[in-house]
Design a protein around this ligand. Structure first.
Ligand code: CAA
Length: 389
């Protein structure tokens, strides 16, 4: 259900949502379990998603994108995530952590070179902030970029990079001035096929197993000065600004997972019988269904609202950190709650790999962790609300 009276959808919104739904149900849902099991990267379906315009939904047509608004992006992503959250995170990182950052902070040349191939789905983009000893406290990163003539020489180890094993291009954050803390961080556009970038081991994960995650190791990688994104020292702000967009993507991913789990549970509750009646007729199950549905619709309101808040800033400027963090926090915790209840309603079948419910449960957990844990979202929201640090 994506029709809410306070979010009237245009015919363009309905068109992209329906196209994404058809594609997700016909081409992704049937292969999701197999790719989850093997952990193989779903290159073919991702390529097709690029051809359909899903890998750069907000990117202007002149840079290879579909030139639609943030709500269109959220509606399409929600449908993809209902079928498979692994496809969803590849799409989300490509759109909001990679393309969005370059569109917002890049030069014309950078947009032409680095956005166009990724928005059209010919290449995959990644975003690399985290390090083994710098996760939530992102300002403490150690990877160094030292200016040497016409290039920065980069050395260090980045971790937990979504699409790290397959990305052709990476938005990277590294320290240019270690004396200045987070104000000494700069952003760089990395061509992953140049010497000095080694892809580390692929992480074995609990969920979203078909999305590839790895370390990226930089050993005397030379990044030309013209590939620095923004000014020296602006990197941390760029990272944070871009994460606001990313968090709307993860809120949407969580919403899609929750909806898929809810639909399965609702269906099961109306079919399965125990003690002479449908299990949904027991109040214990019926009330679970009521709570799941209510929380999902609240998560949807927050997520669509964050999309509209982001859209508004395109004309007026400003931030939408509060809306994005509230949507991510509530939606990811809703996904955890709903998938947990969906497994419980299914009983033994919820624990079986014969149904996708256990996958939804495993996939939901990451939404409370990446792109800022629930604790970090609470920190962001409370700081913004009280103006205290
Ligand atoms: N937009 C613009 N500017 C922002 C901002 C935002 N959302 N958030 C902070 N800033 C600015 C601040 O205004 C401040 O600038 P001034 O000093 O000029 O005012 C500067 O950035 C530093 O901000 P803080 O002092 O608030 O920084 P902090 O060190 O206290 O950290 C934090 C803030 C919110 C905890 C931040 O470190 C954070 O978000 N941590 C979580 C990191 C994260 O989400 N990592 C996920 C990585 S991506 C991933 O998961 C993998 C993947 O591939 C999907």
């Amino acid at each position: 259900m994506s029709e809410l009276p306070i979010f009237p959808l245009t015919s363009e919104h309905k068109m992209i949502r329906d196209a994404a739904r058809d594609f997700a149900q016909n081409e992704i849902a049937p292969i999701a379990a197999q790719f989850d099991e093997s952990g193989e990267f779903p290159s073919k379906t991702i390529k097709k998603m690029g051809e359909m315009g899903f890998m750069g939904i907000e990117v202007p047509e002149k840079y290879g994108g579909a030139e639609m608004d943030t709500l269109a992006y959220v509606l399409a992503l929600e449908e993809i995530c209902k079928a498979d959250a692994a496809h969803g995170v590849i799409m989300s990182v490509n759109n909001s952590l990679y393309c969005h950052g370059i569109l917002k902070f890049g030069t014309e040349e950078q947009k032409e070179r680095f956005v166009a191939p990724v928005a059209s789905g010919e290449a995959i983009g990644a975003y690399s902030l985290t390090e083994p000893m710098s996760g939530s406290d992102a300002g403490t990163m150690k990877t160094r970029a030292v200016l040497d003539g016409d290039a920065y020489v980069i050395n260090g180890r980045k971790s937990w990079v979504t699409s790290g094993p397959v990305a052709e291009y990476v938005v990277l954050f590294a320290v240019t001035d270690p004396e200045k803390g987070s104000k000494g961080v700069s952003a760089f556009l990395i061509d992953a096929n140049q010497p000095g970038l080694i892809r580390g081991k692929k992480e074995p994960k609990l969920g979203i197993r078909a999305s590839a995650t790895s370390e990226l190791i930089f050993e005397d990688y030379r990044c030309p000065v013209e590939n620095r994104l923004g000014a020296e020292g602006e990197g941390f702000k760029i990272a944070m600004t871009v994460l606001d967009a990313g968090r709307i993507g993860i809120a949407t991913q969580a919403l899609g997972i929750a909806e898929a789990a809810y639909e399965a549970a609702r269906q099961y509750a109306t079919e399965r019988e125990a003690f002479g009646q449908k299990i949904g007729q027991f109040q214990g199950t019926g009330f679970k269904i009521a709570d799941m549905k209510t929380r999902i619709e609240a998560a949807r309101l927050l997520t669509y609202n964050a999309a509209l808040a982001k859209e508004k800033t395109k004309a007026s400027g400003g931030r939408y950190s509060l809306e994005a963090s509230m949507a991510k926090l509530f939606s990811s915790e809703t996904a955890m709650y709903v998938t947990h209840q969906a497994v419980q309603i299914h009983g033994g079948m919820g624990y079986s790999k014969e149904l996708p419910v256990e996958r939804y449960f495993r996939d939901a957990k990451i939404t409370e962790i990446y792109e800022g844990t629930s604790e970090i979202q609470r920190l962001v929201i409370s700081r913004l609300e009280m103006g205290l640090k």
